[in-house]
Structures are given as structure tokens and as C-alpha cells.
Design a protein around this ligand. Structure first.
Ligand SMILES: [Zn+2]
Length: 224
């Protein structure tokens, strides 16, 4: 079976030129049976990531989904509660929070937008999600704000009107959002989150370096 049969691993990792095949992975880790996602991730993450990716057809997605369904990893997962880890990240395909932070299926409620920024739209979505918790906003748990280096939002400063509309602020206030600096931006957003959410909710600001693959805790949760 080709590398496409490992859907929980980023395709760029699975299909790198020197990537292990399904048979090689299963033989080296568990014999003839399928390894758990955690064990596969631990091994394949040692490989270098290929840069570009081709467009993926619907048929290919169906094949990958079938392989995923065959693992049974989806079965019996509980509905997320207000205590479930919450992550706000960027839409960039290189920085999927589940991969960067090693989250397994069901471990995190992940929301993504351009830059992983806290905007009024983000806050409205969280408020609506809070209705799932018996009509109350989240009162516990951990919110991680994950920004990253080389973020595309830094290239959008040539479009101040659209960027201002994204943040729902006047264009002459854009500087307050620190769009060009992810380390400053994540502090800005962590401060907004702490001001907006109940004090019992932990808030962390992280920056992921796309060159090293490592995260830095720029703004740690105060109650940790
Ligand atoms: Zn980004």
C-alpha cells in the first residue's frame, strides 16, 4: 500500500521521497497490523517535509477517508465540553494545529482564520459555541492562540482597508494589531482573550517557527 494510506499524517510527510511505505511502517512498529496514529506520528515526524503539494482529487480524498475509517480512530469519541483544549490558529496549510501540537482526534476544538487572530467574528463564534455548554460561556479549560513565522497576514498590509474590515476596526488603528510581528501579535490577542473570557479560563500565546518546527511559549498561561 502506498504512502497515501496514512491519512492522519500530513501528505507532505507521508509522501516525501524517502518516506516509509505502509508496509514498512507497520512491519517496523507493529508487525502486520495497523499502528496507532501516535506511534506512526512519532516515527514519521523525523522525516523532512516536502515543500509543495499537488491538488488533491475527490477520489483521492475518498480513498484517504476509507483508510482513516478503517482505523476505527473515530469511534466512541465524546462530544467536546468546555474543558476541551481550544486552539485558535492560522489557515496556512503548513501550520495545522493538530499536527504542530500533536493533537489526536477529539483532543482539541480548533478554530482557524487568517493569522489565527482574535477578531469580533472569532469572539462571536466562541460565544455561540458556548451555548452548547448549557447556555454558558466556557468557564474552564485552556485556550491556545497559535501564531507562526512567515505568516501570510504579514503580506496583507498592502490592503489596509480589507485588513481593517477583518479586524472590524478603522484602518488607522491597524498598528495596534501588530500584524507584521507574530510574537507581538500573539501577545495582543492573548490580552484580548484574557479580557474577554472568564478569568478561570487559561490563555496561552504560542508562536510556531516554520523553519524549525518548534513552538515558543511567548505568552504563558498565568495559572499554569
Ligand atoms: Zn498564517
Amino acid at each position: 500500500m502506498a504512502c497515501q494510506a496514512l491519512p492522519w499524517i500530513p501528505r507532505s510527510v507521508r509522501c516525501a521521497p524517502n518516506q516509509l511505505t505502509w508496509e514498512e511502517v507497520t512491519h517496523e512498529t507493529h508487525g502486520p497490523t495497523a499502528p496507532s496514529p501516535i506511534q506512526v506520528k512519532a516515527r514519521t515526524w523525523r522525516r523532512r517535509v516536502r515543500s509543495a503539494d499537488m491538488s488533491i482529487s475527490s477520489d483521492e480524498l475518498v480513498r484517504r477517508n476509507a483508510a482513516f475509517a478503517a482505523t476505527g480512530a473515530f469511534a466512541g469519541l465524546p462530544f467536546p465540553t468546555s474543558d476541551t483544549l481550544q486552539v485558535l490558529g492560522c489557515v496556512d496549510s503548513r501550520v495545522d494545529p493538530s499536527d504542530v501540537l500533536g493533537l489526536e482526534l477529539g483532543e482539541g476544538v480548533v478554530m482557524r482564520n487568517i493569522g489565527g487572530r482574535i477578531t469580533p467574528a472569532t469572539l462571536r463564534s466562541w460565544a455561540l459555541l458556548g451555548r452548547l455548554g448549557q447556555g454558558q460561556p466556557p468557564r474552564s479549560g485552556h485556550l491556545v492562540i497559535l501564531h507562526h513565522t512567515d505568516c501570510g497576514i504579514t503580506r496583507l498590509t498592502d490592503y489596509p482597508e480589507q485588513l481593517a474590515a477583518f479586524f472590524e476596526i478603522p484602518a488607522d488603528e491597524l498598528e495596534s494589531k501588530a500584524v507584521a510581528d507574530p510574537y507581538a501579535a500573539v501577545r495582543v490577542d492573548a490580552a484580548i482573550a484574557r479580557h474577554t473570557l472568564p478569568p478561570s479560563r487559561l490563555v496561552s500565546g504560542l508562536v510556531y517557527d516554520v523553519n524549525t518546527g518548534l513552538i515558543e511559549i511567548v505568552d504563558p498561561a498565568t495559572q499554569e
